[in-house]
Design a protein around this ligand. Structure first.
Ligand code: URA
Ligand code: SF4
Length: 185
């Protein structure tokens, strides 16, 4: 069993926070264990809770589409969330829930050791970098503790602000370019 399989089995049985009481399924990350990019969202939604897989609902379809447009195959990357169980009514996970869960995310990132971690939205930005300034810093690489992070908006944000479609599109284009340059370096 590799480190990611070990994390997966711990997540699906986890009772470290209250969210275990209301979930249908815990949702560990999914994708390539040798991924160049790890995408980090906020928390599972309804479809994810029912299926046990990350980003399979409306936000996931948007993510898949924009990745595909920029030549990033979904099965070549790894997709996960800050918390692995759905918060009731999709509320933002509390600090306590994030603190309980963050070691799983850290373990996933460390095991994969990707070229870039792509942060999707303010919850992930806040939890990983301690700042939630996607509006200011999207489309840019931020370095922290020897790791590179790329920031963009959460795909669900486009539901309320359609103009963000073009912004996410441009950001993902940049991300694809950055990663392809790193591969060539
Ligand atoms: N939104 C997220 O942040 N994560 C998912 O897995 C699905 C929707
Ligand atoms: Fe465990 Fe994370 Fe689920 Fe809480 S959200 S029960 S810490 S897996």
């Amino acid at each position: 069993m590799d480190a990611l399989d070990d994390i997966r089995s711990k997540v699906v049985a986890c009772t470290k926070c209250e969210l275990c009481k209301t979930r249908t399924n815990a949702v560990p990350g999914k994708g390539s264990h040798g991924a160049d990019i790890v995408f980090v969202g906020e928390a599972p939604g309804r479809s994810e809770d029912l299926s046990g897989e990350p980003f399979v609902g409306a936000a996931g379809k948007k993510l898949s589409a924009v990745l595909e447009k920029h030549g990033i195959a979904r099965d070549s990357v790894y997709i996960t969330n800050v918390v692995k169980c759905r918060p009731p009514n999709n509320r933002v996970p509390t600090q306590k829930e994030r603190d309980s869960c963050i070691n799983y995310l850290q373990g996933e990132i460390d095991a994969i050791n990707p070229k870039v971690v792509c942060i999707l939205g303010n919850t992930a930005s806040n939890s990983i970098l301690g700042q939630a300034e996607i509006t200011k810093n999207h489309g840019q690489v931020v370095e922290k503790d020897g790791r590179r992070y790329f920031l963009t908006f959460h795909p669900a944000a486009t539901i309320y602000n359609q103009e963000l479609n073009a912004v996410i599109d441009a950001d993902m284009g940049r991300l694809a370019e950055i990663v392809s340059k790193m591969r060539d370096a």
